[in-house]
Design a protein around this ligand. Structure first.
Ligand code: PLP
Length: 389
């Protein structure tokens, strides 16, 4: 194995040569295995942040590692201009796992790019311009996805947003849809917004409104998809099926990949040449998508998410320090009592004690989005640490 650089050099070089993105945690992570990651000094952390809600099958799952090694040795890349065996298997397994009404998938590289293509298709296919999205939502950092984002802190940076985006409160969304609307874009659990679950009856109303006005309903399942809530997709919960679903994060266990799922009615309107991407659907990405889907099935990941989530809900709710547990599956938000009301301070304390968690746009909500293979015992060790704060 290659020597890891010392923490000091890593920090100095990244700070000097990498343009600023996120405010970084003061650690340099160099290795991962399952639900644990290790810093440059060998300190172990339980990763309840899941590498940014990404490592669905855990860090360096042997099956994903093998898929990358074997695919890299065989064929790293060719674009969608040719057929390719692993791509064929990946899209078939993805669409089959999604189930009807989803019929085809467009493969891309990031959540933003999947959302961007969903918005583009909706405008092109309906011939309309208006795209409605919800206050509190996050859809990505590209121009269209950020123009649709309902958290002002992020979208303000655009200076000149894409026109005809309208952001409304969730309760007003169904009523806002009209014959001018191309699409209603919804993040069913607003993760960055503070783990805000959009109530099922509102989603059903939005579905009805879109159908009434021939507008397309898009679910941004970049975080909630691929099993995170204990269902393969959020779509279908309460019988609400959007026309388009975007997926990313966990879809390839950390290899950059995303997908846009389309119903047959929508997919049949798309012609060759309408959409494209150089890297989306590359063989290496598809090997990771296929391996991820295989692990989800072989290891009953959905069952694990449901079991561990219910355990976590029950046990966390009992802690005097925890005022509220919100979210679904393994996308959970915690609100704390008294001196721990600031999620950032809880996050800092936990990090010092070897547990990684996330914060959100709501300063009182700590976010948990661990690998979907996490065990009840690992949740218990988190709870013991939390109780000791
Ligand atoms: C719900 C949601 N949509 C879209 C995105 C953007 O995805 P990406 O960062 O892969 O472009 C994110 C990223 O965090 C997200 O949480």
């Amino acid at each position: 194995m290659q020597e890891t650089p010392t923490n000091t050099n890593t920090v100095a070089d990244e700070d000097r040569y990498q343009l600023k993105t996120y405010a970084k945690w003061p650690i340099s992570l160099e290795r991962g295995e399952g639900c644990y990651v290790y810093d440059s000094d060998g300190k172990r952390y339980l990763d309840l942040y899941g590498g940014h809600a990404v490592v669905a099958t855990g860090h360096c799952h042997p099956k994903i590692v093998r898929a990358i090694q074997e695919q890299a040795a065989q064929f790293i890349f060719y674009s969608n201009v040719v057929y390719n065996g692993v791509r064929a298997r990946a899209v078939r397994k993805l669409v089959e796992a999604a189930g009807p009404p989803y019929y085809q998938a467009f493969l891309a590289n990031s959540g933003s790019e999947a959302n961007e293509n969903a918005i583009k298709l909706a405008r092109a296919l309906t011939g309309r311009t208006e795209v409605i999205s919800l206050e509190g939502s996050f859809h990505g950092r590209t121009y269209g996805s950020l123009s649709a984002t309902g958290i002002a802190k992020y979208s303000a940076y655009l200076n000149t947003p894409v026109p005809a985006h309208r952001i409304v409160p969730a309760r007003d969304a169904a009523g806002a849809v009209s014959d001018k609307t191309a699409a209603l874009l919804v993040e069913p659990i607003q993760s960055l917004g503070g783990i805000t679950v959009i109530p099922g009856e509102l989603l059903a109303g939005m579905r009805q409104a879109c159908s009434n006005h021939d507008a397309l309903l898009i679910f941004d399942e970049v975080q909630v998809g691929i099993g995170r809530t204990g269902q393969f997709l959020y779509s279908g919960i309460n019988d609400v099926y959007p026309d388009l679903v975007t997926l990313a994060k966990g879809i390839a266990s950390g290899f950059p990949a995303s997908a846009l799922l389309l119903t047959e009615a929508v997919a049949r309107q798309v012609k060759s040449g309408d959409l494209g991407t150089t890297f989306g659907g590359g063989p290496l990405a598809c090997a990771c998508i296929e391996a991820t889907l295989d692990v989800i099935q072989e290891e009953d990941i959905l069952g694990n998410v449901r079991r561990v989530s219910s355990h976590a809900h029950n046990e966390l709710s009992r802690l005097p320090i925890v005022e509220e547990v919100r979210g679904a599956g393994l996308l959970l938000g915690l609100r704390f009592a008294g001196p721990w009301a600031s999620a950032k301070s809880v996050q800092r304390e936990l990090q010092a004690k070897g547990i990684l968690t996330g914060t959100s746009d709501d300063p009182s909500i700590l976010r948990l989005m661990p690998p979907l293979i996490i065990t009840e015992a690992q949740i218990d060790s988190f709870i013991t640490t939390l109780a000791s704060l």
